[in-house]
Design a protein around this ligand. Sequence first.
Ligand SMILES: [Zn+2]
Length: 226
Amino acid sequence: MIAVAMRRLAYWLLLASTVAAGADAVRVIESRSVPAEQLPAINSASHDLKLSLYAFTGTRWLPADIITAVAEALPLIAQCDVAIASAELRILEAQRRFHFFSTPVSRELMREFTVQKPALIFVDDTYSDPAYDAEAIGLSNAKERPELSNTIWLAYGARDLPLAIAHELVHVLSDNGEHSDAPDNLMRPGTAPSQTRLTGAQCNRLRVVAEANGLITRRAGVAGRK
Ligand SMILES: [Zn+2]
């Protein structure tokens, strides 16, 4: 009797864990947008960028802090005549292991849940070595990990967060890991509040490459620039 009862219990536990695994699927539990009035207004924009942001419930990131930092980062991208059409934050419910960046586990997350790209994903921490505050994966450095293409992973506590967001976005939009030595350039290897500028050449490459890769769309009636 006991043996049967134990087997039954084991069966029910197994069934319960199977159901739980199904219920563990990644899902959106909340969405909020950077308010339209906080999106940089630029009349001369040639392109539009739709930005998708993701965070997880149960991590240290507060949605309001993400929205504030992204709103501060957007003018740095807009200086390239790229308008931000929208920036929407989705809060995900997912297994705890997905709250941290590591190439194998984050690839699995991207297979489990389709993000709109370019995507900024705010994680609790990173298991990368070296442990960068922020990691940008374009196309050219995603060949061995295609699920991670055009994603940016920001660890909680990343320094100069708005600048880090803008810096990594430039890497992804330009599909290029290059840095600049110019004193005030956003693409210096380390971020600092005084480093905000992008050169005409950097902006040009960003627009051409991001448009070719489908990450920004050209506004109707705006001629292509070489
Ligand atoms: Zn960089």
